[in-house]
Design a protein around this ligand. Structure first.
Ligand code: BDP
Length: 713
């Protein structure tokens, strides 16, 4: 019997099946060459548990070290041997107070990690001014171990560059997630407040590990019910789970709530009863959640109610809510994603036109939340012209983590390079070097409030994000919100090591694959500045032929404007002149067909099919070349991945492989359908070596997807 057991143990695969639930906090045993050294540097743990945050910090370190090193170090009240790990604040730990470290200037959330000598013994200290800083430091320390990094001579000093690092859940109260591709909402409203699913704690751990410190629980297309007493109790229960991890809860507020749940006849911001209602509502919320973060608001956009319904401005609307929250320290995140039915102008111009006149008119606790680009989370957009144009109003960046326009959950597209691209874009608002990162970190205009929001890709799927690689986008968002100057490649490497393996034969090809993956999506969906060509409503698959319907700017033809002569949206001075919303040096570059970066060519210009591209090819041929290039990249990703099976567990490997096969099929579909359609305008043959689409255009146009996931409703 014993023999059989031993044999089973001997032939058992070394790589346990994994389902992705553990995210990048897997804490699987490290290779001996790392584990031995780390064991010596974590021989005992000196950490308190007097507060919930201290307890969470200590528990995380014990859990992490046990997993990575095989056994948790013993707890100790003093340093009694070499290799102690000491964690805390000068207030919580007399030892740290005695070390006299320079924790001043770290702020509430910053931390130090130092190699020090204590009572004659080499030790490592994680010190902060506040408990939450120590928790962030502990996650940083664990990350070093997970990535096999040296820890003998540490001198880390970190503090977040942005204050509010917030996930936006587009989750409805019935658990449907708008633009969600990872199952249902993780918030089980029906069972709350009494049942607190353990996944809420793991959600908080994962977010704290990357520095996310806020979460908006409900959809921007908000239901006022969330503000009723029954739901506030549920919200309070979640806030209680998140609090030890430094995560504050925010809610999306529906502007017409005073009518819908307050019984008032109006929601006019100038009406004294409305103002009183919001003040009372804020007081009530803070009775439930004393550290409530504030409201996120989508107003007068896509049919949502707002101040303009009463002839008032966005500033009037935002200030109404700001006034109610101010006594409690709450903020308003007022979204700039607005476009109205009446405005006949280019949709790309509307947010700027509506907001810039109100610069300086917003209350001190309001931030205006601006999407990275002026249209809507496309695979590639030039940076939003509002960045740099509102020096007196703190602007918060809104990125989309869920891949509404980038292939849902089955397409592997690492968004780090996309986030980095917008953050590094130079607005020239105050001369060269006025990057978007410097706008949102407040250094350019001295904003008092700073922040970044990410539309979450989290759902009830076991792997949280719908696919293993989509976890990397959640991770990258958090890391860049902590420090917008971080490098997307370094983040990809960090994530790969933590999520899969430290083996260089695995890490190098996977990081390489990730880094080009978003560009591949741009190539096979919307090359050269094309945009908004996805299926109507659900945004699944190619549909450049979409026309008609309630409004022109909900069609594809509005955006690509293909004719027999050429293609592209003229936003130069001869067209909508949207370029004029940028600072002059940027406007000159984007507005000049000879100088515009080719990746934005058709975003800003309508050009003839035989326009000569930098490659020497005419535009039509370049377009076809780009579509094919995107498909080829996916083929190469598949081949790379297929060769990596030996490095990781079979379960995750197989799912990624299957999703890559779907991606290849769909990339090909995008290429074929787009070429079949645009060829009806260009009238030109395909370049040599390019296969004709296997089906006539009518085939692609006839495809229907009534149950595609995530559609707005
Ligand atoms: C679009 C989505 C829609 C959202 C909207 C928004 O298609 O579901 O409600 O953005 O950001 O991308 O408000």
């Amino acid at each position: 019997m014993l023999g059989v057991w031993l044999l089973a143990a001997w032939i058992a695969p070394p790589l346990r099946a994994e389902d992705g639930y553990d995210l990048w906090l897997r804490y699987r045993a490290l290779a001996p060459e790392h584990a031995d050294a780390y064991r010596a540097a974590a021989s005992q743990l000196v950490a308190g548990d007097a507060t919930p945050t201290q307890a969470a910090t200590r528990a995380e370190l014990l859990r992490g070290l046990e997993g990575l090193l095989g056994a948790a170090p013993p707890l100790s009240a003093a340093v009694t041997r070499p290799g102690a790990l000491i964690v805390g604040t000068p207030a919580s730990s007399p030892l740290i107070a005695r070390l006299g470290l320079q924790t001043g200037g770290l702020g509430r959330e910053g931390y130090l990690i130092r190699s020090v000598v204590v009572d004659g013994h080499a030790a490592t200290v994680i010190a902060a001014d506040e408990d939450i800083g120590a928790l962030y430091g502990a996650f940083h320390f664990l990350r070093l171990l997970q990535g096999g990094q040296p820890i003998a001579r540490l001198d880390v000093r970190e503090r977040p560059r942005l204050q509010r690092r917030v996930l936006n859940h587009w989750d409805n109260l019935d658990r449907y997630v708008e633009r969600g591709y990872a199952g249902q909402s993780i918030w089980d409203w029906h069972k709350l407040p009494d049942w607190r699913d353990p996944c809420y704690t793991d959600y908080a751990r994962a977010n704290a590990s990357i520095g996310v410190n806020g979460t908006v629980l409900n959809n921007v297309n908000a239901n006022a019910q969330i503000l009723t007493p029954m739901y506030l109790e549920k919200v309070a229960a979640l806030a209680g789970v998140f609090r030890p991890y430094g995560i504050r809860v925010y809610l999306s507020a529906r502007f017409s709530a005073p009518i819908e749940i307050g019984g008032l006849a109006t929601a006019d911001p100038q009406d004294p009863a409305v103002r009183r209602w919001w003040r009372d509502k804020a007081d009530e919320i803070y009775r439930h959640v004393p550290d409530f973060g504030g409201f996120l608001v989508k107003a007068n956009s896509e049919g949502q109610p707002g101040p303009q319904d009463y002839g008032r401005s966005h500033a009037d609307g935002a200030n109404l809510l700001a006034e109610a929250l101010a006594p409690h320290g709450g903020i308003v995140m007022w979204r700039a994603f607005v476009y109205s039915h009446e405005e006949p102008e280019d949709r790309a111009r509307q947010a700027y036109s509506e907001f810039v006149p109100h610069d300086g008119a917003f209350a001190g606790n309001v931030m205006v939340q601006v999407k990275n680009g002026a249209i809507d989370f496309q695979p590639r957009e030039p940076f939003h012209p509002l960045f740099g144009a509102m020096p007196s109003t703190p602007l918060m960046m809104e990125l989309q983590i869920t891949k509404e326009y980038l292939g849902f959950a089955t397409h592997l597209a690492y968004l780090g390079p996309m986030y980095e691209e917008v953050l590094k874009a130079d607005t020239h608002a105050r001369g060269k070097g006025s990057t978007v990162a410097r706008v949102i970190d407040g250094s350019l205009h001295r904003y008092a409030l700073t922040g970044m929001a990410g539309v979450a890709n989290i759902g009830s799927d076991r792997n949280w994000s719908g696919s293993h690689f989509d976890q990397a986008n959640w991770y990258a968002f958090g890391r860049l919100a902590w420090n917008p100057a971080l490098d997307a490649r370094a983040i990809a490497e960090e994530w790969t090591r933590m999520t899969f393996s430290n083996d260089p034969a695995f890490v190098a090809p996977v990081v390489e694959m990730m880094m080009g993956s978003r560009e591949a999506v741009v190539d096979y969906m919307t090359p050269l500045g094309l945009h908004h060509l996805m299926g109507r409503g659900h945004h699944y698959g190619p549909a450049p032929w979409v026309e008609g319907g309630p409004r022109a700017d909900w069609t594809s033809v509005y955006y690509h404007r293909a004719t027999r002569e050429g293609i592209g949206f003229d936003r130069s001075a001869s067209g909508s002149n949207a370029v004029a919303q940028y600072a002059p040096p940027v406007a000159r570059r984007f507005g000049d067909v000879g100088r515009v970066p080719e990746e934005y060519l058709l975003w800003f210009h309508h050009v003839p099919w035989d326009h000569r591209m930098r490659s020497g090819r005419p535009l039509w041929e370049e377009l076809v070349h780009r579509y094919a290039r995107g498909v080829d990249y996916v083929k190469r990703m598949r081949a790379t991945w297929d060769g990596l099976g030996a490095h990781i567990d079979g379960e995750r490997h197989a799912q990624v492989a299957a999703f890559l096969a779907i991606q290849q099929k769909e990339a090909q579909w995008w290429r074929d359908a787009s070429i079949a359609y645009f060829q009806t305008f260009s009238g030109r043959p395909l370049p040599a070596g390019q296969a004709p689409p296997p089906h006539p255009l009518e085939h692609y146009k006839a495809l229907q997807f009534p149950h595609a996931p995530g559609d707005g409703r």
